[in-house]
Write a protein that binds this ligand. Sequence first.
Ligand code: ATP
Length: 476
Amino acid sequence: MGTLISTKKNQQPINPAHSINVLENQTDRKQQYLVLIVEDDEDAASLYQAILMPHYQNVKVARNGCDAVSTLMTHQGPAAVILDYQLPDMTGIDVMTTCRDLDIPTACLIISANDLSAENASCGEIVRLVKPLGCKALLDWTGRLIEKLHQQPSHSASNDASPEALLLGKSKVMHNLRRQIPLLALSSAPLWLHGESGTGKELAARSIHYCSSRSNGPFIAVNCAAFPESLIESMLFGHIKGAFSGATRDQKGFFEAADGGTLFLDEIGDMPLTFQAKLLRTLQTGTILPVGSTKPISVDCRIVSACHRDLTIAVNQGEFREDLYYRLNVLSIKLPPLRERDNDVVIIANKLLSNITNEEHTLPCKLTNSAIHFLKEHSWPGNVRELENTLRRAAILYQGVELQEKHLISDITRGAYHLSSGPDIMSFSTSGKTLKEIEKNIIETTISEHNGCIETAARILGVAPSTLYRKRKKPM
Ligand SMILES: Nc1ncnc2c1ncn2[C@@H]1O[C@H](COP(=O)(O)OP(=O)(O)OP(=O)(O)O)[C@@H](O)[C@H]1O
Protein backbone atom coordinates (compact mmCIF):
# COMPACT_ATOMS: atom_id res chain seq x y z
CA MET A 1 0.00 0.00 0.00
CA GLY A 2 1.39 3.46 -0.84
CA THR A 3 2.16 6.08 1.85
CA LEU A 4 -0.40 8.79 2.40
CA ILE A 5 1.13 12.25 2.08
CA SER A 6 -0.74 15.34 3.19
CA THR A 7 0.48 18.39 1.31
CA LYS A 8 -1.50 21.44 2.42
CA LYS A 9 -3.91 22.03 5.25
CA ASN A 10 -7.56 21.29 4.31
CA GLN A 11 -6.54 19.36 1.23
CA GLN A 12 -7.32 15.72 0.67
CA PRO A 13 -4.25 13.55 1.32
CA ILE A 14 -2.69 12.26 -1.87
CA ASN A 15 -1.88 8.64 -2.36
CA PRO A 16 1.20 8.54 -4.66
CA ALA A 17 0.24 5.15 -6.08
CA HIS A 18 -3.16 6.55 -6.95
CA SER A 19 -1.74 9.70 -8.55
CA ILE A 20 0.61 7.59 -10.68
CA ASN A 21 -2.42 5.58 -11.78
CA VAL A 22 -4.26 8.76 -12.65
CA LEU A 23 -1.29 9.98 -14.68
CA GLU A 24 -0.99 6.64 -16.44
CA ASN A 25 -4.71 6.65 -17.18
CA GLN A 26 -4.46 10.13 -18.62
CA THR A 27 -1.51 9.15 -20.80
CA ASP A 28 -3.42 6.05 -21.93
CA ARG A 29 -6.46 8.15 -22.76
CA LYS A 30 -4.37 10.60 -24.74
CA GLN A 31 -2.90 7.76 -26.79
CA GLN A 32 -6.37 6.46 -27.56
CA TYR A 33 -7.75 9.62 -29.14
CA LEU A 34 -8.25 9.29 -32.88
CA VAL A 35 -5.53 11.02 -34.88
CA LEU A 36 -6.81 11.64 -38.39
CA ILE A 37 -4.47 12.63 -41.21
CA VAL A 38 -6.34 14.20 -44.11
CA GLU A 39 -3.93 14.19 -47.02
CA ASP A 40 -4.40 13.31 -50.68
CA ASP A 41 -0.69 12.79 -51.34
CA GLU A 42 -0.19 9.05 -50.75
CA ASP A 43 3.52 9.29 -49.86
CA ALA A 44 3.04 12.09 -47.34
CA ALA A 45 0.07 10.27 -45.77
CA SER A 46 2.05 7.00 -45.36
CA LEU A 47 5.01 8.86 -43.91
CA TYR A 48 2.85 10.67 -41.31
CA GLN A 49 1.10 7.44 -40.40
CA ALA A 50 4.44 5.64 -39.92
CA ILE A 51 5.68 8.44 -37.64
CA LEU A 52 2.55 8.62 -35.53
CA MET A 53 1.63 4.95 -35.14
CA PRO A 54 4.27 4.09 -32.50
CA HIS A 55 2.91 6.93 -30.33
CA TYR A 56 -0.87 6.76 -30.83
CA GLN A 57 -3.12 3.68 -30.90
CA ASN A 58 -5.69 5.00 -33.34
CA VAL A 59 -4.20 6.70 -36.41
CA LYS A 60 -6.26 6.90 -39.60
CA VAL A 61 -5.88 8.48 -43.02
CA ALA A 62 -8.59 10.15 -45.11
CA ARG A 63 -7.79 11.03 -48.71
CA ASN A 64 -10.34 13.80 -49.20
CA GLY A 65 -12.70 16.05 -47.23
CA CYS A 66 -15.78 13.88 -47.66
CA ASP A 67 -13.88 10.83 -46.35
CA ALA A 68 -12.60 12.87 -43.41
CA VAL A 69 -16.04 14.08 -42.32
CA SER A 70 -17.54 10.56 -42.61
CA THR A 71 -14.68 9.06 -40.59
CA LEU A 72 -15.10 11.68 -37.87
CA MET A 73 -18.88 11.30 -37.76
CA THR A 74 -18.76 7.53 -37.48
CA HIS A 75 -15.93 7.61 -34.91
CA GLN A 76 -18.19 9.50 -32.47
CA GLY A 77 -15.41 10.65 -30.18
CA PRO A 78 -12.78 13.36 -29.89
CA ALA A 79 -10.17 13.50 -32.65
CA ALA A 80 -6.99 15.39 -33.47
CA VAL A 81 -7.17 16.25 -37.17
CA ILE A 82 -4.20 17.23 -39.32
CA LEU A 83 -5.41 18.59 -42.62
CA ASP A 84 -3.85 19.56 -45.87
CA TYR A 85 -5.32 22.90 -46.97
CA GLN A 86 -6.06 21.97 -50.58
CA LEU A 87 -8.01 18.70 -50.74
CA PRO A 88 -9.48 17.22 -53.94
CA ASP A 89 -13.11 18.00 -53.03
CA MET A 90 -12.94 20.89 -50.54
CA THR A 91 -10.49 22.90 -48.48
CA GLY A 92 -9.23 22.02 -45.02
CA ILE A 93 -11.19 25.00 -43.71
CA ASP A 94 -14.42 23.53 -45.13
CA VAL A 95 -13.75 20.28 -43.24
CA MET A 96 -13.03 22.20 -40.06
CA THR A 97 -16.19 24.32 -40.40
CA THR A 98 -18.30 21.24 -41.10
CA CYS A 99 -16.96 19.54 -37.95
CA ARG A 100 -17.86 22.61 -35.96
CA ASP A 101 -21.37 22.80 -37.47
CA LEU A 102 -21.90 19.11 -36.76
CA ASP A 103 -20.61 19.47 -33.19
CA ILE A 104 -17.86 16.88 -33.73
CA PRO A 105 -15.29 17.30 -30.95
CA THR A 106 -12.05 17.97 -32.80
CA ALA A 107 -8.83 19.90 -32.51
CA CYS A 108 -7.74 20.77 -36.06
CA LEU A 109 -4.54 21.91 -37.67
CA ILE A 110 -4.33 22.95 -41.32
CA ILE A 111 -0.98 22.76 -43.04
CA SER A 112 -0.21 24.92 -46.01
CA ALA A 113 2.95 26.02 -47.75
CA ASN A 114 1.25 29.37 -48.49
CA ASP A 115 0.50 32.24 -46.15
CA LEU A 116 -3.16 31.80 -45.19
CA SER A 117 -3.22 34.28 -42.34
CA ALA A 118 -6.07 36.15 -44.06
CA GLU A 119 -8.32 33.06 -43.92
CA ASN A 120 -10.85 32.90 -41.14
CA ALA A 121 -10.19 29.68 -39.20
CA SER A 122 -12.11 30.49 -36.04
CA CYS A 123 -12.44 26.82 -35.13
CA GLY A 124 -8.83 25.65 -35.50
CA GLU A 125 -5.30 26.64 -36.36
CA ILE A 126 -3.61 27.23 -39.72
CA VAL A 127 0.16 26.98 -39.90
CA ARG A 128 2.54 27.71 -42.69
CA LEU A 129 4.80 24.67 -42.98
CA VAL A 130 6.69 23.06 -45.80
CA LYS A 131 5.48 19.55 -46.65
CA PRO A 132 6.24 16.81 -45.86
CA LEU A 133 6.51 17.61 -42.15
CA GLY A 134 9.55 16.24 -40.36
CA CYS A 135 9.21 13.73 -37.54
CA LYS A 136 9.71 16.24 -34.71
CA ALA A 137 7.37 18.88 -36.11
CA LEU A 138 4.61 16.31 -36.72
CA LEU A 139 4.90 14.80 -33.22
CA ASP A 140 5.02 18.25 -31.59
CA TRP A 141 1.94 19.52 -33.42
CA THR A 142 0.01 16.31 -32.80
CA GLY A 143 0.91 16.47 -29.12
CA ARG A 144 -0.42 20.02 -28.98
CA LEU A 145 -3.71 19.02 -30.59
CA ILE A 146 -4.13 16.05 -28.25
CA GLU A 147 -3.45 18.28 -25.24
CA LYS A 148 -6.06 20.75 -26.51
CA LEU A 149 -8.63 17.94 -26.85
CA HIS A 150 -7.81 16.72 -23.39
CA GLN A 151 -8.47 20.17 -21.94
CA GLN A 152 -11.90 20.39 -23.58
CA PRO A 153 -14.31 20.05 -20.67
CA SER A 154 -17.14 18.42 -22.59
CA HIS A 155 -15.35 15.05 -22.74
CA SER A 156 -15.33 14.72 -19.00
CA ALA A 157 -18.84 16.05 -18.59
CA SER A 158 -21.50 14.03 -16.82
CA ASN A 159 -23.21 11.28 -18.81
CA ASP A 160 -26.66 11.94 -17.41
CA ALA A 161 -28.85 12.24 -20.51
CA SER A 162 -32.21 12.03 -18.75
CA PRO A 163 -34.80 14.63 -19.85
CA GLU A 164 -34.53 16.23 -16.39
CA ALA A 165 -30.75 16.62 -16.63
CA LEU A 166 -30.71 17.83 -20.24
CA LEU A 167 -33.83 19.93 -20.69
CA LEU A 168 -33.78 22.43 -17.86
CA GLY A 169 -36.72 24.60 -16.84
CA LYS A 170 -39.65 24.47 -14.45
CA SER A 171 -42.33 26.01 -16.66
CA LYS A 172 -45.48 24.04 -17.38
CA VAL A 173 -44.55 23.65 -21.08
CA MET A 174 -41.16 22.16 -20.23
CA HIS A 175 -42.69 19.94 -17.60
CA ASN A 176 -45.16 18.58 -20.20
CA LEU A 177 -42.40 18.13 -22.74
CA ARG A 178 -40.30 16.08 -20.32
CA ARG A 179 -43.35 13.92 -19.57
CA GLN A 180 -43.86 13.18 -23.28
CA ILE A 181 -40.25 12.15 -23.92
CA PRO A 182 -40.39 8.60 -22.45
CA LEU A 183 -43.64 7.99 -24.36
CA LEU A 184 -42.15 9.15 -27.66
CA ALA A 185 -39.13 6.95 -26.93
CA LEU A 186 -41.32 3.81 -26.91
CA SER A 187 -41.91 4.10 -30.66
CA SER A 188 -39.56 3.85 -33.64
CA ALA A 189 -41.86 5.89 -35.89
CA PRO A 190 -40.34 8.99 -37.53
CA LEU A 191 -40.49 11.97 -35.22
CA TRP A 192 -40.68 15.60 -36.24
CA LEU A 193 -39.36 18.31 -33.92
CA HIS A 194 -40.30 21.87 -34.61
CA GLY A 195 -39.53 25.10 -32.91
CA GLU A 196 -37.40 28.19 -33.42
CA SER A 197 -33.64 28.00 -33.72
CA GLY A 198 -31.86 27.28 -30.42
CA THR A 199 -34.93 26.01 -28.53
CA GLY A 200 -33.36 22.61 -27.81
CA LYS A 201 -34.57 20.38 -30.67
CA GLU A 202 -31.30 18.45 -30.85
CA LEU A 203 -31.22 18.17 -27.07
CA ALA A 204 -34.76 16.74 -27.10
CA ALA A 205 -33.79 14.28 -29.86
CA ARG A 206 -30.80 13.12 -27.79
CA SER A 207 -32.92 12.75 -24.71
CA ILE A 208 -35.51 10.65 -26.59
CA HIS A 209 -32.72 8.44 -27.94
CA TYR A 210 -31.29 7.82 -24.47
CA CYS A 211 -34.74 7.00 -23.06
CA SER A 212 -35.39 4.46 -25.84
CA SER A 213 -34.44 0.81 -26.31
CA ARG A 214 -31.91 2.09 -28.89
CA SER A 215 -29.86 3.88 -26.24
CA ASN A 216 -26.96 1.43 -26.60
CA GLY A 217 -26.81 2.19 -30.31
CA PRO A 218 -25.37 5.39 -31.78
CA PHE A 219 -27.02 8.80 -31.84
CA ILE A 220 -25.87 10.61 -34.97
CA ALA A 221 -26.80 14.23 -35.58
CA VAL A 222 -26.42 15.56 -39.11
CA ASN A 223 -26.92 19.18 -40.10
CA CYS A 224 -28.30 18.85 -43.64
CA ALA A 225 -27.47 22.51 -44.33
CA ALA A 226 -23.77 21.91 -43.75
CA PHE A 227 -23.15 19.89 -46.94
CA PRO A 228 -22.97 21.05 -50.53
CA GLU A 229 -25.69 19.54 -52.72
CA SER A 230 -23.14 17.38 -54.52
CA LEU A 231 -22.02 15.65 -51.31
CA ILE A 232 -25.19 15.07 -49.33
CA GLU A 233 -26.09 11.74 -50.94
CA SER A 234 -22.67 10.26 -50.37
CA MET A 235 -22.53 11.61 -46.80
CA LEU A 236 -25.88 10.05 -45.89
CA PHE A 237 -25.87 6.86 -47.97
CA GLY A 238 -22.12 6.33 -48.38
CA HIS A 239 -20.38 5.38 -51.62
CA ILE A 240 -18.45 2.54 -53.16
CA LYS A 241 -14.86 2.69 -54.39
CA GLY A 242 -14.64 4.37 -57.79
CA ALA A 243 -18.13 5.95 -57.58
CA PHE A 244 -16.56 9.34 -58.37
CA SER A 245 -13.07 10.75 -58.65
CA GLY A 246 -11.59 10.76 -55.14
CA ALA A 247 -13.68 7.78 -53.96
CA THR A 248 -10.61 5.65 -53.25
CA ARG A 249 -12.40 3.14 -51.00
CA ASP A 250 -15.89 2.06 -49.93
CA GLN A 251 -17.24 4.51 -47.40
CA LYS A 252 -20.25 4.10 -45.13
CA GLY A 253 -22.64 7.01 -44.74
CA PHE A 254 -24.51 8.33 -41.72
CA PHE A 255 -27.49 5.97 -42.20
CA GLU A 256 -25.27 2.93 -41.76
CA ALA A 257 -23.35 4.63 -38.98
CA ALA A 258 -26.63 5.15 -37.11
CA ASP A 259 -27.74 1.52 -37.58
CA GLY A 260 -29.39 0.28 -34.37
CA GLY A 261 -29.66 3.84 -33.08
CA THR A 262 -31.11 7.22 -34.00
CA LEU A 263 -30.33 9.49 -36.94
CA PHE A 264 -31.16 13.14 -36.24
CA LEU A 265 -31.57 15.09 -39.48
CA ASP A 266 -31.39 18.76 -38.54
CA GLU A 267 -32.31 21.62 -40.91
CA ILE A 268 -33.99 19.10 -43.17
CA GLY A 269 -35.72 21.97 -45.00
CA ASP A 270 -32.35 22.67 -46.66
CA MET A 271 -32.19 19.22 -48.22
CA PRO A 272 -32.02 19.49 -52.04
CA LEU A 273 -35.23 18.47 -53.85
CA THR A 274 -33.35 15.93 -55.96
CA PHE A 275 -32.24 14.08 -52.84
CA GLN A 276 -35.64 14.30 -51.13
CA ALA A 277 -37.05 11.64 -53.50
CA LYS A 278 -34.22 9.26 -52.51
CA LEU A 279 -34.77 9.89 -48.82
CA LEU A 280 -38.49 9.20 -49.25
CA ARG A 281 -37.66 5.87 -50.83
CA THR A 282 -35.39 4.98 -47.91
CA LEU A 283 -38.17 5.76 -45.44
CA GLN A 284 -40.57 3.59 -47.43
CA THR A 285 -38.25 0.61 -47.91
CA GLY A 286 -35.87 0.77 -44.95
CA THR A 287 -32.95 0.47 -47.38
CA ILE A 288 -30.26 2.77 -48.74
CA LEU A 289 -28.36 2.67 -52.00
CA PRO A 290 -24.74 3.84 -51.62
CA VAL A 291 -23.56 6.11 -54.46
CA GLY A 292 -22.25 3.98 -57.34
CA SER A 293 -23.83 0.78 -56.00
CA THR A 294 -26.78 -1.21 -57.28
CA LYS A 295 -27.13 -3.30 -54.08
CA PRO A 296 -29.59 -1.87 -51.53
CA ILE A 297 -28.53 -2.19 -47.88
CA SER A 298 -31.07 -2.55 -45.06
CA VAL A 299 -30.74 -0.05 -42.26
CA ASP A 300 -32.51 0.13 -38.94
CA CYS A 301 -32.37 3.60 -37.48
CA ARG A 302 -35.04 5.83 -36.06
CA ILE A 303 -35.35 9.06 -37.99
CA VAL A 304 -35.84 12.22 -35.98
CA SER A 305 -35.90 15.35 -38.09
CA ALA A 306 -36.10 19.04 -37.38
CA CYS A 307 -36.15 22.41 -39.01
CA HIS A 308 -36.27 25.86 -37.44
CA ARG A 309 -38.65 27.23 -40.09
CA ASP A 310 -42.22 26.31 -40.94
CA LEU A 311 -41.88 23.54 -43.53
CA THR A 312 -45.51 23.82 -44.63
CA ILE A 313 -44.49 27.08 -46.34
CA ALA A 314 -41.67 25.28 -48.16
CA VAL A 315 -44.18 22.57 -49.13
CA ASN A 316 -46.61 25.19 -50.50
CA GLN A 317 -43.80 26.85 -52.44
CA GLY A 318 -42.76 23.52 -53.99
CA GLU A 319 -39.37 23.51 -52.22
CA PHE A 320 -40.12 20.51 -50.04
CA ARG A 321 -41.97 17.34 -51.05
CA GLU A 322 -45.33 17.03 -49.39
CA ASP A 323 -45.18 13.21 -49.31
CA LEU A 324 -41.79 13.35 -47.55
CA TYR A 325 -43.08 15.92 -45.08
CA TYR A 326 -45.90 13.59 -44.01
CA ARG A 327 -43.56 10.58 -43.85
CA LEU A 328 -41.26 12.43 -41.47
CA ASN A 329 -44.09 13.90 -39.44
CA VAL A 330 -45.71 10.75 -38.02
CA LEU A 331 -45.15 11.91 -34.43
CA SER A 332 -44.28 15.48 -33.60
CA ILE A 333 -43.50 17.80 -30.73
CA LYS A 334 -42.92 21.50 -30.51
CA LEU A 335 -40.11 23.09 -28.55
CA PRO A 336 -41.50 26.39 -27.23
CA PRO A 337 -39.51 29.61 -27.58
CA LEU A 338 -37.69 30.69 -24.42
CA ARG A 339 -39.84 33.83 -24.10
CA GLU A 340 -42.91 31.63 -23.58
CA ARG A 341 -41.44 29.65 -20.69
CA ASP A 342 -42.29 31.79 -17.63
CA ASN A 343 -39.27 32.12 -15.37
CA ASP A 344 -37.17 29.42 -17.09
CA VAL A 345 -34.73 31.94 -18.51
CA VAL A 346 -33.37 32.68 -15.03
CA ILE A 347 -33.24 29.01 -13.96
CA ILE A 348 -31.45 28.01 -17.18
CA ALA A 349 -29.12 31.04 -17.00
CA ASN A 350 -27.99 30.15 -13.46
CA LYS A 351 -27.21 26.56 -14.43
CA LEU A 352 -25.49 27.54 -17.69
CA LEU A 353 -23.44 30.18 -15.92
CA SER A 354 -22.07 27.69 -13.45
CA ASN A 355 -21.19 25.25 -16.29
CA ILE A 356 -19.59 28.04 -18.31
CA THR A 357 -17.38 29.39 -15.50
CA ASN A 358 -16.19 25.80 -14.89
CA GLU A 359 -15.45 25.21 -18.55
CA GLU A 360 -13.75 28.55 -19.13
CA HIS A 361 -11.87 28.47 -15.81
CA THR A 362 -13.20 31.93 -14.97
CA LEU A 363 -14.27 33.17 -11.53
CA PRO A 364 -17.62 31.80 -10.35
CA CYS A 365 -20.09 34.63 -10.84
CA LYS A 366 -23.72 35.30 -10.07
CA LEU A 367 -26.48 37.31 -11.70
CA THR A 368 -27.38 40.64 -10.10
CA ASN A 369 -30.94 42.00 -10.05
CA SER A 370 -30.21 44.21 -13.07
CA ALA A 371 -28.97 41.15 -15.02
CA ILE A 372 -32.05 39.14 -14.04
CA HIS A 373 -34.27 42.05 -15.12
CA PHE A 374 -32.51 42.11 -18.50
CA LEU A 375 -32.85 38.32 -18.93
CA LYS A 376 -36.59 38.56 -18.32
CA GLU A 377 -37.13 41.58 -20.56
CA HIS A 378 -35.09 40.45 -23.59
CA SER A 379 -37.08 38.52 -26.22
CA TRP A 380 -34.29 35.94 -26.91
CA PRO A 381 -34.91 35.43 -30.64
CA GLY A 382 -32.02 32.96 -30.65
CA ASN A 383 -33.49 31.18 -27.59
CA VAL A 384 -31.27 29.08 -25.29
CA ARG A 385 -28.33 29.16 -27.71
CA GLU A 386 -28.36 32.97 -27.65
CA LEU A 387 -28.63 32.91 -23.86
CA GLU A 388 -25.67 30.52 -23.62
CA ASN A 389 -23.54 32.61 -25.99
CA THR A 390 -24.42 35.81 -24.14
CA LEU A 391 -23.46 34.35 -20.76
CA ARG A 392 -20.23 32.82 -22.11
CA ARG A 393 -19.20 36.11 -23.69
CA ALA A 394 -19.97 38.00 -20.47
CA ALA A 395 -18.10 35.50 -18.26
CA ILE A 396 -15.01 35.59 -20.50
CA LEU A 397 -14.85 39.33 -21.06
CA TYR A 398 -15.95 40.52 -17.64
CA GLN A 399 -14.01 38.13 -15.34
CA GLY A 400 -15.84 39.52 -12.28
CA VAL A 401 -18.06 37.94 -9.65
CA GLU A 402 -21.29 39.85 -10.20
CA LEU A 403 -22.81 39.98 -13.69
CA GLN A 404 -24.85 43.09 -14.37
CA GLU A 405 -27.14 44.06 -17.25
CA LYS A 406 -24.36 46.02 -18.99
CA HIS A 407 -22.21 42.87 -19.19
CA LEU A 408 -24.96 41.01 -21.04
CA ILE A 409 -25.59 43.60 -23.73
CA SER A 410 -23.69 42.87 -26.94
CA ASP A 411 -24.11 43.04 -30.70
CA ILE A 412 -26.06 39.81 -30.55
CA THR A 413 -28.54 40.74 -27.82
CA ARG A 414 -28.80 44.18 -29.40
CA GLY A 415 -29.51 42.46 -32.74
CA ALA A 416 -33.10 41.84 -31.63
CA TYR A 417 -33.71 45.57 -31.46
CA HIS A 418 -31.99 46.06 -34.80
CA LEU A 419 -34.29 43.69 -36.60
CA SER A 420 -36.54 46.43 -37.88
CA SER A 421 -33.60 48.45 -39.20
CA GLY A 422 -32.00 45.19 -40.55
CA PRO A 423 -29.70 45.27 -43.58
CA ASP A 424 -30.30 48.37 -45.66
CA ILE A 425 -31.29 46.61 -48.87
CA MET A 426 -32.27 49.89 -50.48
CA SER A 427 -28.68 51.10 -50.32
CA PHE A 428 -27.83 48.97 -53.35
CA SER A 429 -29.68 48.79 -56.61
CA THR A 430 -31.65 45.62 -57.25
CA SER A 431 -32.58 46.41 -60.83
CA GLY A 432 -31.31 43.91 -63.38
CA LYS A 433 -30.11 41.58 -60.60
CA THR A 434 -31.16 37.98 -60.18
CA LEU A 435 -32.78 36.82 -56.95
CA LYS A 436 -29.58 34.94 -56.10
CA GLU A 437 -27.49 38.09 -56.56
CA ILE A 438 -29.85 40.12 -54.37
CA GLU A 439 -29.74 37.43 -51.67
CA LYS A 440 -25.94 37.35 -51.81
CA ASN A 441 -25.85 41.14 -51.50
CA ILE A 442 -28.09 41.09 -48.42
CA ILE A 443 -25.98 38.37 -46.82
CA GLU A 444 -22.67 40.14 -47.47
CA THR A 445 -24.06 43.55 -46.36
CA THR A 446 -25.38 42.12 -43.09
CA ILE A 447 -22.11 40.30 -42.38
CA SER A 448 -19.99 43.38 -43.03
CA GLU A 449 -22.37 45.59 -40.99
CA HIS A 450 -21.63 43.29 -38.07
CA ASN A 451 -17.86 43.26 -38.36
CA GLY A 452 -17.73 39.96 -40.21
CA CYS A 453 -19.58 38.08 -37.44
CA ILE A 454 -21.50 35.33 -39.25
CA GLU A 455 -23.38 34.26 -36.10
CA THR A 456 -24.83 37.75 -35.60
CA ALA A 457 -25.68 38.10 -39.29
CA ALA A 458 -27.42 34.70 -39.22
CA ARG A 459 -29.39 35.71 -36.15
CA ILE A 460 -30.54 38.93 -37.81
CA LEU A 461 -31.48 37.22 -41.06
CA GLY A 462 -33.29 34.47 -39.12
CA VAL A 463 -31.26 31.52 -40.43
CA ALA A 464 -28.73 29.10 -38.93
CA PRO A 465 -25.04 30.15 -39.29
CA SER A 466 -24.44 26.99 -41.33
CA THR A 467 -26.99 28.24 -43.89
CA LEU A 468 -24.92 31.41 -44.38
CA TYR A 469 -21.69 29.42 -44.70
CA ARG A 470 -23.35 27.25 -47.34
CA LYS A 471 -24.97 30.09 -49.26
CA ARG A 472 -21.69 32.04 -49.33
CA LYS A 473 -19.90 29.04 -50.79
CA LYS A 474 -22.42 28.50 -53.59
CA PRO A 475 -21.23 29.80 -56.97
CA MET A 476 -23.49 32.47 -58.56
N1 ATP B 1 -33.96 23.41 -21.87
C1 ATP B 1 -32.63 23.54 -22.02
N2 ATP B 1 -31.82 23.42 -20.94
C2 ATP B 1 -30.50 23.56 -21.05
N3 ATP B 1 -29.85 23.83 -22.20
C3 ATP B 1 -30.59 23.95 -23.29
C4 ATP B 1 -32.01 23.81 -23.28
N4 ATP B 1 -32.47 23.97 -24.52
C5 ATP B 1 -31.40 24.21 -25.30
N5 ATP B 1 -30.26 24.20 -24.58
C6 ATP B 1 -28.90 24.46 -25.08
O1 ATP B 1 -29.03 25.45 -26.10
C7 ATP B 1 -28.19 25.16 -27.22
C8 ATP B 1 -29.03 24.98 -28.48
O2 ATP B 1 -29.80 23.78 -28.35
P1 ATP B 1 -30.09 22.84 -29.61
O3 ATP B 1 -28.90 22.76 -30.51
O4 ATP B 1 -30.66 21.56 -29.10
O5 ATP B 1 -31.20 23.73 -30.32
P2 ATP B 1 -31.91 23.52 -31.74
O6 ATP B 1 -33.33 23.86 -31.54
O7 ATP B 1 -31.60 22.13 -32.25
O8 ATP B 1 -31.18 24.63 -32.61
P3 ATP B 1 -31.12 24.77 -34.25
O9 ATP B 1 -32.54 24.89 -34.74
O10 ATP B 1 -30.37 26.04 -34.49
O11 ATP B 1 -30.42 23.56 -34.77
C9 ATP B 1 -27.42 23.90 -26.86
O12 ATP B 1 -26.16 24.27 -26.33
C10 ATP B 1 -28.28 23.26 -25.78
O13 ATP B 1 -27.49 22.50 -24.91
